[in-house]
Each structure stands twice: as structure tokens, then as C-alpha cells.
Design a protein around this ligand. Sequence first.
Ligand code: UD1
Length: 519
Amino acid sequence: MAARAEARPALHRPLSPRTSFRRAVPRRSAKVRPSADRVDRIHRIDQIDPFSSADNGSPKIFSAPGAPEPGGEALIVVGGRRLSGTVAVSGSKNASLALLAGALLTRRRVALRGVPDIGDVRQMLALVESLGAAWEWRGGCLQVCAAGLGARSRPHPVDDAAARSLRASFIAVGPLLARTGVARMPLPGGCAIGPRPVDITLAGMRALGARVAVDHDSGWVEARCDGRLRGGNVALRLPSVGATQAVMMAGALADGRTVISNAAREPEVVDLAGMMRKMGARISGPGSREVVVDGVGELGGASASVRADRIEAGTLMAAGAITGSGIRLLGIEPENVAATAGLLERMGCGVARGEAGGLAVVPGGELLGADVVARPHPGFPTDLQPVFAPVMAAARGRSSVRDAVFEGRWAHAEQLRRMGARISVRGDTATVVGRPPLGGRPQLKGAHLEASDLRAAAGLVVAALAAEGLSIIHNLHHLDRGYDGLDRKLASLGAEVYRSAEWAALQPGSTESTVQPGL
Ligand code: UD1
């Protein structure tokens, strides 16, 4: 038995310590393994019955031979486990990305606490590094210094791949233009959730006196200004988070006053403004529809703490609700997840303020369907609609989700249907006919699933937690872009989840295994 255990592949990959962040990609160490009786039976996936009393009640797991996808991993989730306990929510991804862009505004050092160890942060660090900023981790604190940026006639070279890989890269146009007079950036990528134009940001830069050229053939944008930007009135066509942040940063070093109307009210705008004020920026109204920025000549260094990630908190709340589990989340301000808590309460699941801060998910029996519209803050966040679709799929009754921010964000629907969810999409709205557990057994079934983007990946994890049997979620790099060890946190709450590069080689539809017992 001991020899067999040694031959087993590592199925779980814990996060490496923060201090080795630079060297942490990819993290291949393996410290947690499934117990022997979990993996020594090989079956077809449609034969898996985790509720069988045979085999000591252990779920049967199948595998198939084949080389692992290069660098890829799959998440293996054994559904049906009840969660319990307390987990600390990591720092906000979106706030961290904005603060890293904000660090480009000054030649002084910026120190950020609470930045999560995630793929998007690494990409943003690659971007600011390519623009001449230095950074290092010191005892959990990320220090960034963009002393090297200065007025120039030619644009800074930029890490094209990093910039294209994440949407937030584009907000760097604001500080780059303000500090150097020229910014050249590729049109951004990020998650595949439909068109993500940058016209609002560019209109904002033009309103501050920049000349902007977009080359759609090459996919590059160049913005220039003579001398300093000029403050101006910027009426956003939509309350875009990125555009609000970019214009706020550009206006902070412009001559005169910039007034941003129809501004985004997301907490990440408030967080960026908070750090910029510490740097000496004069900003009023962040978090409201109108933000006023009075330009100053220069900004100094600052220290800032990143608050807990409201989307990660919402994802864990969904995990608690769908598994009918009482769990506690530390670090999250309940006000930051008010719309999410409101939806859960309408679905029959309580959310209570924690005694020592944070909050608790308090299941109230059967989940009920509900309607929700994803809107800009303070509405229900679009980033959580793919995460709550599975909760609705496991609830009693009909639900509907309209996404008023990204109308094409439905790639998760097809994957959920593979699990037996009844979900149909028309335009910007999905209708879900819930399939609640019958006789204590889930109607959603484990399946081979392919994550298409960050939040869709999180939604599939949530669905798999409550599905009968075993799910294999491919393309895990999407999840790792934005979650700081979600699987590790779920495991600490009692979920049965494993990571495996070997299992990533399994293809949807693969059936019988010839892998030897002992795997
Ligand atoms: C941010 C978040 C993202 C979240 C989104 C909406 C970061 C890094 N990402 O993205 O997680 O899903 O807010 O809450 O903070 N739009 C335009 N033209 C533009 C800019 C935006 O038409 O120039 C549209 C978008 O297509 C979308 C809407 O405006 O329909 C809102 O997008 P926006 O708020 O800009 O999202 P991001 O800042 O990219």
C-alpha cells in the first residue's frame, strides 16, 4: 500500500509562501494527497456514486492515460460534502490591479498590503515592470517604485502579452499619459465575456487634451499630449469602472479641474481614490456619480491596504448556500456584499453579520428561485452572476438573471447544462428552472467541465460542490487568474477538491480507463 501511494500523482497544489512570489510560477509542489482509499478504484465517470455504501462510502474515481496538458491543471471536485468552519477572504483582485496602475503616478515608493497571489496580479506586475517600475515583495507587502518614468517623446515599450492578457492593463493609459506625455498600449483582453471596448476611456483622455490614435489592424492605441493634460468635463457614456479610474488618474496630474460625471461607484474606484489622496491627489466624490479631481504638480509615495475581495466573498457565500452549509467569512465588510446577501436572503438563505467582523452564511432550509439583474455597483455584480446561476439551478422554482453590464456573459450556461441544469439564454437574460435535491440526493450531476473565463470557472466549482459524484473542471488557469487559493479555502471548509496536471489530460467524453490501480 505504501509503495502504491508513492506512485500516485500529486493531486493538490497548495499556494507557495508569499515571499517566493516571484519564483512561484508555476507552483508545482504537492503536499496534500487524497487518502489511499479515495483513488484506488477506477471507474467510468457515469458509474460514480458517491453515496454508495459499498467501498466504505468512498467515491469512486476514474482516470485515463495520456500526457498532461502542458502547464495545465484540472480541478477534481467530489460533490456532496457539507462545508463548515471559517475562512479569511483574500485581498481584492480588482482593487489591487487599480492600485498597481496608480503606483505609476509617482516616482516615489508605493507599499501595498493584502495584494492577492493570483495570475492577474502577476500579469500586472509584468506590465508595470516593462514600463520601467521596480517591485518586490517584502514580508507580505508589495512595494512598487516607478521612479524611471519621465517625460519622453517616444512611448515606453510595454509587455504586449501581459497587457493584452488583462483588461485592467488599459487603465495604465491614464497615469502613463499624465506622467510621460505619451502612452502606447495594446487593446486589452481579459476574460472572454463579450466585447469589451475602450472608447469611454479614450473619450476621457481626449477630453483632457490628448490626441488618440487607434490602429485596429495592429490592435494598438497611442495617446499623446503636449506638455501637461488639461482638466475638463468628462461625461462617461456608461459608468465604466476602468474609464473612471483612468480619467481620475490622468486628471490628478492635469492642469486644473476634471469633473467626471456618470462615474462608476464601485468600491475599487473608492480604493484607488483613497490611495491617490494619500499620495497628495485632490479628489472628491469617489463612490458617487460625480468625481471631482483638482490636478497637482506631482504626487508622492503612499502605503495602502487592499480590502477583502467582494467577489471572492460572494463566491464563498454561493458555495455555502448551494451546499446548505453554515460558514463564516472573515475580513469582508458586509456592506460590500449587500446586494449579494440580498439575493441570498430572497433565495431563503440567511446572511448574518459576524461578531468579530466578517459575515456568516446561515442556511435556512430549501433554496428558492429568485430573479436578479446584474448592474453596476451598488447593484448585484455581473462578476457573480455566473457564480449564482448554479445556486439557482439547484433551487426550487424558476429564476431569471439579466446581465445589464456584459450581455454576452453566458459561456457557463452550456457547462451547467452538462450537469443537468435547466438553463436557457435569450439575449441578456438567462432563465433557470431549478432542480432541487430529490429525496436528499442532488439532481445536478458531476461532469467533465470546461471553464471559459474566470467567473465561469468559479461558477463551475460552486456547481460541482453540490453535484452528485465527481466533476473535473478543465482550464483551471482561468480560476487562478483571479482567486487566491479558492480550492485550498474550500478544502479547509471540508470540500473534497484536488488539483491534477495528469487529470487535465482527460478529455470530455473520455470513458474507460486503462490506468492501473495505484494511479
Ligand atoms: C471592471 C472589473 C470587472 C467587472 C466590471 C463591471 C476590473 C479589473 N474589472 O471591468 O471585473 O466585471 O468592472 O463591474 O476592475 N464599456 C464600453 N467602453 C469602454 C469601457 C466599458 O463600452 O470604454 C462597457 C463594457 O463593455 C461594459 C460596461 O461598459 O459593458 C462596464 O465595463 P467596465 O465597468 O469598464 O468594466 P471594466 O472596468 O473593464
